[in-house]
Design a protein around this ligand. Structure first.
Ligand SMILES: [Mg+2]
Length: 243
């Protein structure tokens, strides 16, 4: 019987990729607006290259962008970039379509929920708290705290141990075939691949590790009922989507 459902965070519950793209575009737009002497496309592509090379959590993107464009350092342009980026992040962070409705349904089915995510712990918590999702989850497991990243089996074993359940009692839902699906399957969990966002056609060599593929999160409760979740009692009738 399924007792626990674990979720990836980025692009599974939180619309991270769309947000990051918008935030980066707005950052560059604001820099150009405040006098950055290059055109939008040149600066934006330079920023994307930088992120590719230095990673998305690199703290000096805008300083390095100026160096890269052979421009003299100007704190005003960096500030404009920071403002454009943060304003977007603060105002446009959104949960993935149907994420909240699905979490309400799963909770009312008596399932215990958790998050297993890589990434910077403060940034990950910031997303969870801003979207007021924390009350749904019994445990939030962030790889930086555990010393192992997905898809290492250890992070999934640690999660199962925290919940005190066997792998066959748990389902992993995520958008990445490699880190979410292959990783969870290796320890014996059930897996649901959420085919969404920029990873929808990536890492397809791991597709065979997905027990189910979905394009809408509302499929998750239905699959769990089929797998023999706690939903058979009909306790999920009173679902309040406006919570
Ligand atoms: Mg993800």
């Amino acid at each position: 019987m399924i007792k626990v459902v674990l979720f990836d965070l980025d692009d599974t519950l939180v619309d991270t990729t769309k947000l990051a793209e918008r935030a980066r575009r707005n950052a560059i737009e604001n820099m150009v607006k405040h006098g950055l002497p290059v055109d939008f496309e040149t600066a934006y592509n330079g920023l994307l290259d930088l992120i590719n090379e230095y990673g998305s959590n690199f703290p000096h993107h805008f300083d390095y962008l100026l160096r890269r464009l052979d421009l003299k350092y100007n704190p005003k342009w960096v500030a404009a970039g920071v403002i454009g980026y943060h304003n977007t992040k603060f105002t446009q962070l959104k949960d993935v379509r149907h994420a909240r409705k699905m979490l309400i349904q799963l909770s009312s089915m008596g399932l215990r929920l958790g998050i297993v995510t890589d990434g910077d712990p403060i940034k990950q918590w910031e997303k969870i708290l801003r979207l007021e999702l924390e009350d749904f989850f019994e445990h939030v497991i962030i790889s930086d705290f555990e010393g192992v990243k997905k898809p290492h089996p250890k992070i999934y074993q640690k999660a199962l141990k925290l919940f005190g359940v066997e792998p066959e009692d748990a389902v992993m839902v995520g958008d990445r075939l490699y880190s979410d699906i292959y990783g969870a399957k290796k320890v014996g969990m059930h897996t649901i691949w959420f085919r969404y966002g920029r990873r929808r056609s990536e890492e397809l060599e791991y597709r065979r590790y997905a027990d189910f593929e979905i394009e809408d999160l509302l499929e998750v409760p239905k699959i769990i009922e089929k797998l023999g979740g706690k939903g058979e009692e009909g306790s999920n009738k009173e679902v309040h989507a406006d919570r």
